[in-house]
Design a binder for this molecule. Sequence first.
Ligand SMILES: Cc1cc2nc3c(=O)[nH]c(=O)nc-3n(C[C@H](O)[C@H](O)[C@H](O)COP(=O)(O)OP(=O)(O)OC[C@H]3O[C@@H](n4cnc5c(N)ncnc54)[C@H](O)[C@@H]3O)c2cc1C
Length: 439
Amino acid sequence: VTKPFLPLMRAHRFGAPAPTGPTPFAHPRFAVALSGLVQVQADARTVLAQGAAGAGGLAGDPGDGRVIATTGLDRIIAFDASAGRLRAQAGMSLLDAQGFLAERGHFLPVCPPWGPTTLGGAVAVDAHAANHEANGTFGAFVRALRLHRSDRPAVVIGPTQDPDLFAATIGGLGLTGVIEWVEVETRPIRSSMMDWEATPFRDAAEFLNLMAEGADWVHRRAWFDPRMPGRGRFERFRHAQDGPREARAPQPLIRLGQPVSRGLTNGALAGLVTGLMQRRGAGARMRDYASVFFPFEDSVEGLAHLFGKRGALTYQCVLPPKAAGAEQITAFLNEVKRLVDGPTMVGAVAFGTRVSPALLSFPKEGLCLTVRTRAGARAAEGFARLDGLVLEAGGKINPAADARASAVLCQAALPLWREAAAWRDPSISSALALLMEAP
Ligand SMILES: Cc1cc2nc3c(=O)[nH]c(=O)nc-3n(C[C@H](O)[C@H](O)[C@H](O)COP(=O)(O)OP(=O)(O)OC[C@H]3O[C@@H](n4cnc5c(N)ncnc54)[C@H](O)[C@@H]3O)c2cc1C
């Protein structure tokens, strides 16, 4: 029932250190294997579910434990078009789920911009996207899920079925059990094409003006130039009223099959991905959903390879509204410029006032800024400087995305950790859990 980890998965790894040990991975193809796998092993090692390994932070790092890779569990179980409910196995990617749904005139209500993200991973991190102001997080649309735990038979939970365990599981960073399948409420669409607009901006004040207008555009985000603080491009998009309803795939310009050596990815290529994402020009037009929702794969296939053998480090934070003015944003971007030492992506989305039902959900009202850059001392030092700015502003970091944050930063970001920890599965652990619970 198990087989070795697939090389394809490594291509998607984003910075989380590889687990060690003689047989670190289980990669089941059939859900029946899960209950047996979610047990402390004979050698007393704990386990942790893994999706596409995209989160890249402490939450996806099994520490001394073993990984249960879930991408082999990638099948559709049921789709009820009248209710708009999709039930699919947790290892199905968002790209595949969106393709299935698009042909049937539906769409996932929240879709982070990285196609390999699995449904289980999107639930476990309570994923957000460019439409947070309008729709909130992924977990708010989950109607049921099946959870495998070591201390009881598999259980189906939802907002009204075992709601406390459910609230600890959505956004629960994998610690309450292994999710076998997810039932999610989808949105009807008339077309899988998107009305899309892109506008360049020259400084943080212009960026803020663009973010403030056009609230009827459901999806709104910006990409900053990592080397020119304040410069960037604002994008907004929504489903078109006319056009085909069909599955589409991103069309990358570059395909990377193995890690690019450090010499080839020096600071001169800092803005490569941002530049490739901008090749579609500015202005307004219709685009297919895959190129808009999955801009990274639409630029580079095997994006993680671009960051070299050591992978990428991610920094994600939210600044509260009163501390997200032009001055603070510019200060943040100046620090980003200092840390650039290779390909670097800097994105921004606004978080609205919707409160997630998930106990450990990251989003809260404000401006979410994300930096992805090559792992190394320069990034770590730069991230430490960003910590100072974020804490001073009353913001917080996202421990799910962060592979180097301290216990103090993680505790500040996860105030309901203790409540959620009451639902921990004793067989499951992660580097984040070890850090949070260290004496
Ligand atoms: C380029 C890029 C851009 C991104 N942008 C965003 C963004 O805008 N918004 C956003 O929210 N995220 C974003 N992400 C993160 C992305 O959505 C992650 O991939 C996602 O957080 C988790 O999905 P995953 O399948 O990769 O899970 P993994 O990273 O493998 O795991 C993440 C967590 O989920 C748990 N988990 C995974 N599967 C299961 C399961 N079946 N049962 C129980 N627990 C499970 C893991 O234990 C871990 O704690 C981005 C990632 C990349 C690489």
